[in-house]
Design a protein around this ligand. Sequence first.
Ligand SMILES: [Zn+2]
Length: 347
Amino acid sequence: MDKVLESLLLSDGISGYEENIAKIMTSSLSKVCSNVETDNFGNVIGKFGNGNKKIMIAAHMDEIGMIVKHVNEKGYIYFIKVGGINDSILPGKIVKIINKEGKHITGVIGTKPPHLMTAEEAKKPIQYTNMFIDIGLPSKEEVLKIIDVGDQIIFDPNAGVLNGDFYYGKSADNRICCYTMIKVMERISKINGLNAQVFACATAQEEVGLKGGKTSSFKINPDFALIIDTTVAGDMPGIEEKVSSLKLGKGVAITMVEASGRGTIVPQKIRKLILETANENKIQHQIDIIDSGMTDGAIIYTNREGILTGILSIPTRYIHAPTSVFNIKDINSAIDLAVKIIEKVAK
Ligand SMILES: [Zn+2]
């Protein structure tokens, strides 16, 4: 596995706690941008080129996770969720609580075992408010020596190759797109005479309301924004093709409508531009129309007086779980298509 991709997947950074992932983005973008800065909000923005048009690429760098809320007398830790997490995936999972020194404290999410549940309790899904994290310390006092209320909690970092082109990793949403953006900037920086200023923006706090996309696109005020994010793949048991026809290994997804129109409705002329670019360059792609879920695109295209926005998505299985599965070929087709779109817009 590519070392940069691996480090992005293993890094920590739930919404509002992006310091460490921002460091990786800063050092990676510094190699291919003339200027990289972190703004007041925590977005990392790299710039390349001096041409007329302003083009923004946005990939959010935050991940879903949890925050320490309360420690009880026996040393069990209660938490809040940050971002869309289904409670059913939590019991029994290994997590890391990251303390103020940056140390990773291992914990296990505990719940009452089935043996002790009443018949009534066994029927109902367990709520996260009835779960707790066990770090193997016997008292509140001991626990509070090494962690603080307010510390971030991430799923146990993992990343690797499953088989062939199929990879897995924590926080694939959206670190695989942060990787895609770095690779796009590498390619863009080698194009001679590109008539554009290209801004690569690793946005903060997307998972909790598309916040970094709002502030960064206001600052950059681009002529065109290209959002890169993951999208839900449908090639697994229990999902009908009519619900999601996206398949891993079948190319980048061109997202046209999000959240049944409550998210981004990509303008017709941008859809045409992206589709034509994919076809002209024979880049494998799929079309993505989403019932629910949205990206930074939704806030960027409504910012200021409206910003022309396109969205490229990478189909991913088991999104918002402790690990997700994706296909490296789809990342490569996203890189190819993004570079060609930027070249075209810059003309
Ligand atoms: Zn995402």
